[in-house]
Design a protein around this ligand. Structure first.
Ligand SMILES: N[C@@H](CCC(=O)N[C@@H](CS)C(=O)NCC(=O)O)C(=O)O
Length: 213
């Protein structure tokens, strides 16, 4: 049985979503970032970065949302969320997972926590820069989706990268130009939002906004 340390609407959502898709047994442990639970000494023993998510796998903590998604996709390979080694889409899958984790997530981290980058005095500049970076990311992903043969990041094949991308696109919902402004992304999100498991994760996390567009 997996245990997911989560907080509603945060980076744990993609893991929660994949666990539902995989139909595997799991338990949720609320680690409410609104109350600072992610900085409690007991939680820091599991995740020294003091962030969610953490997934307990065979009794040991695993951190970093992209790593957790890739691990789950591999452990439950029959569900097809990761193209196997040697598959044509494998390189694109790895590229998108790493791009989402090391380019898109840090841009959002800067948007949501601008003081971390330049102190309180620099928040305005960091907010402006991170907004521009995020919009450039949507330009790139929108162009990619427009060029694809199929509806997903990897083309015809749905993968864990789509769950991570959708979660990140959702994070832009209150920005001046949310990801849905880009037409190919809007089409992509209509399809992703039609997945019953995404609606289910919204219900389970008590989220009512965005899912209906
Ligand atoms: N690199 C981490 C980042 C996770 C992250 O930034 N989580 C946010 C929620 S979306 C968090 O826990 N924020 C609370 C904090 O930083 O104190 C990952 O990929 O798992």
């Amino acid at each position: 049985m997996y245990q997911l340390y989560y907080s509603p609407s945060t980076a744990s959502l993609a893991v929660h979503w994949l666990l539902i898709e995989l139909s595997v047994p799991f338990e949720l442990v609320l680690t409410d970032t609104a109350t600072g639970a992610q900085k409690h000494p007991d939680y820091l023993k599991l995740n020294p970065s003091g962030v969610v998510p953490t997934l307990i796998v065979d009794g040991a903590p695993v951190c970093e949302v992209a790593a957790i998604l890739m691990l789950l996709a591999e452990r439950h390979a029959e569900a097809g969320f990761a193209p196997p080694s040697g598959a044509a889409e494998r390189a694109a899958y790895l590229q998108w997972m790493v791009y989402l984790a090391n380019t898109v997530m840090p841009a959002f981290r800067a948007w949501f926590y601008p003081h971390e980058w330049a102190g309180e005095a620099g928040t305005e500049a960091v907010t402006a820069t991170s907004r521009a970076r995020i919009e450039a990311i949507w330009d790139r992903i929108d162009a990619h989706l427009g060029d694809q043969d199929g509806p997903y990041l990897l083309g015809a094949r749905l993968s864990a990268a789509d769950l991570l991308a959708t979660m990140l696109m959702r994070w832009s919902r209150n920005m001046p130009r949310p990801a849905t402004v880009w037409p190919n992304i809007a089409r992509y999100l209509s399809r992703m939002r039609a997945m019953p498991s995404l609606r289910e994760v919204h219900v389970r996390e008590g989220l009512t906004d965005w899912i209906d567009g």
